[in-house]
Each structure stands twice: as structure tokens, then as C-alpha cells.
Design a protein. Structure first.
Length: 210
């Protein structure tokens, strides 16, 4: 797999230019981009840069993190606070993402989406107001384990780390088996449209858009 050096800013500009030329795969008026990666890879940062680059192109953008769609603590910690299998398949409320984010952006949808649902600090609903994404707008969803759920992305970006870099930069080491399982079952580095290697956050490299 050939990787070429790139800056985060150039990456965002290249992705924005590509997205600007896409048509939604479902025939609706909204594009959906997934920026996938473990917390140690900070996928929220390139997602934010992409959002900025798209806005400069005149596109309405909603940048949403899956961290706002955690399940309640009683469900996340049902098998203990350091259960890797639950972290992989039970921490994030994919049903709520489908209901509150993707369904309103289907053809004929209202465009009325919820930016977040659950506050992990208070373990209560955030009560954030709904926001309306204008037709022609772009959803940029970021977080871990985004691939493999059949989310209707028009473009997927995986911000990845080698196993050694992931181990060094992950404070919650008990989560590492979850990322090993994700790599084995989903192979995000191979299945994403774009792979960005971020072992050194100051010097990312990418495959280009495949």
C-alpha cells in the first residue's frame, strides 16, 4: 500500500474538492461522509477541517461525533467498565444514529437532525435542540468503528495507526482488543475510500482517494 505525505490542511482541501463533485448515492439532496478512527488518531480534527473546507466552498455542513451518541452507563458498563467486547459493539447507540441523523437525511427526509443525544459526564440526555441541514448540505460523522454498520456514506475516510502507535498513544489500554477485532472483522484500512496514516500526527500520509 503506497502512502504519500500530506498536511492535514491539504488533505481537507482535497477531500472537500472530491466531495463537492459527488452526488448522493441514495438520490437524496444530502451527502454523508464518515471519518473513522480510534480516539488516539483524533478523527475529530480532520473532520472539523473538512467541515471548514466545505463551508468555504459554500456548502452547509453538520459535523457530528459519535461520542454524543453513547448508550447509558448502565448498558455500557453492564459487564464491567473495561470490557472490550462491549466497547466494540455496545457503547455507541447506532440505533439512535440511524433514527436521529441518517433517517432525516434520506430522500424525502426533513433534514432535521440531532447533533448529540447523551452526555457521558452526567449520564443524561443532552437535550440539545435539533438543527436543520439545508438540501445540498454535507453530514460529516466522526468516531471509532464507523464502518461495518451499513451507514449510507458517500465517502469514507479511515484515520489509522499502526498497532505499535495505537498501543503507545491509547491511555485506555483495555480498549486495544476492540480495535484488533475491528481490524480483523471490518479491515477499515482496506475498505475505506481513503486511508490516512497518522502515526505521527504532525506528518500524516494518505493513499489518495481510491
Amino acid at each position: 500500500m503506497r502512502l504519500e505525505p500530506i498536511t492535514w490542511e491539504r488533505l481537507a482541501d482535497a477531500l472537500a474538492a472530491h466531495v463537492d463533485g459527488l452526488s448522493p448515492g441514495d438520490g437524496g439532496p444530502w451527502l454523508k461522509v464518515g471519518v473513522d478512527g480510534p480516539p488516539a488518531a483524533r478523527p475529530e480534527e480532520p473532520a472539523a477541517l473538512l467541515g471548514d473546507a466545505l463551508r468555504l466552498r459554500g456548502r452547509a455542513v453538520a459535523v457530528i461525533g459519535t461520542g454524543g451518541f453513547l448508550r447509558p452507563a448502565s448498558l455500557r458498563y453492564e459487564y464491567g467498565k473495561e470490557d472490550a467486547d462491549t466497547y466494540y459493539s455496545g457503547w455507541f447507540d447506532t440505533g439512535a444514529l440511524w433514527r436521529e441523523v441518517f433517517a432525516p437525511l434520506e430522500p424525502g427526509g426533513s433534514g432535521r437532525i440531532l447533533p448529540d443525544l447523551w452526555d457521558p459526564d452526567t449520564d443524561r440526555a443532552t437535550r440539545s435542540p435539533y438543527t436543520r441541514l439545508a438540501p445540498g448540505g454535507v453530514l460529516v460523522l466522526h468516531g471509532p468503528f464507523l464502518l461495518g454498520h451499513w451507514f449510507p456514506f458517500d465517502l469514507t475516510v479511515h484515520v489509522g495507526l499502526t498497532r505499535g502507535a495505537l498501543a503507545r498513544r491509547t491511555a485506555e489500554r483495555w480498549t486495544l482488543p476492540a480495535f484488533e477485532r475491528y481490524d480483523a472483522e471490518v479491515a477499515p484500512a482496506d475498505t475505506a475510500d481513503v486511508l490516512v496514516r497518522a502515526d505521527d500526527l504532525r506528518h500524516p500520509a494518505w493513499t489518495g482517494i481510491r
